[in-house]
Ligand binder design. Structure first.
Ligand code: MN
Length: 220
């Protein structure tokens, strides 16, 4: 292949306990997937079709990184989320690994987009908007009674049992498989529980789920 200029490096995430890396293809995100978060955003809690949007793989941030505060927002929000990493069907039935992600959101831009019925791309899919932990192979962890927690500067700001998901991991995968082109390498951010809120320069976010690697980032 003779490129006109050098292509970008492949995007990948570390896998705990191995030197191999997970090659990232697409990032799908689920909106409105915990009732308490739907309520805090003023939405209708009745279960309807799941809401999906995407982020570019280049928006990923590894744990330990300092993130320059993004431009054009006075209301940058955190949303801690279980991340599902899709692999080949022959490994763990296609659910390859899990991680902890933070779906960073320019809430002020999102509010304007919602009011106008416009796209969410600038609110969600901006540079360095997708922190994600190292991945843990799915057969190494049981998440059935796990909790998801986000700390800001050490204080708990989001906390939920994972089984409060409105759309389960299996249901999300079934829906995306029918509706989109879900393939090995895809990540799914599965939605956030209540407690979303703002960060400012100097804040540290640290998200965790029992049995998984942590995601910790700082805004500079
Ligand atoms: Mn989200």
């Amino acid at each position: 292949m003779d490129f006109a200029f050098p292509p970008s490096d492949p995007i990948s995430l570390p896998i705990a306990g191995t030197d191999k890396r997970f090659p990232v293809r697409r990032i799908y995100c689920v909106g409105k997937n915990y009732a308490d978060h739907v309520a805090e955003m003023g939405g209708d809690i009745e279960r309807s079709e799941p809401v999906f949007f995407t982020k570019a793989p280049e928006t990923l941030v590894h744990s330990g990184a300092d993130i320059p505060f993004p431009p054009h927002t006075d209301n940058l929000h955190y949303e801690v989320e279980l991340v599902v990493a899709i692999g080949p069907p022959e490994i763990n039935g296609g659910i390859f690994a899990y991680g902890v992600g933070i779906d960073m959101t320019r809430r002020d831009i999102q509010a304007k987009a919602k009011a106008k019925g416009g796209p969410w791309a600038r609110a969600k899919n901006f540079h360095l908007s997708a922190p994600c932990s190292a991945l843990t192979m799915a057969d190494k962890v049981d998440l059935s009674s796990a909790h998801i927690v986000l700390r800001k500067n050490g204080d708990i700001v989001q906390h939920s049992a994972l089984n409060k998901l409105i759309w389960s991991v299996d249901e999300i995968i079934a829906y995306l498989t029918k509706d989109m082109d879900l393939q090995a390498g895809d990540l799914i951010y599965t939605g956030t529980p209540a407690g979303v809120g703002p960060v400012t320069i100097g804040d540290e976010l640290s998200g965790g789920i029992e049995g998984l690697e942590r995601i910790t980032v700082r805004f500079v």
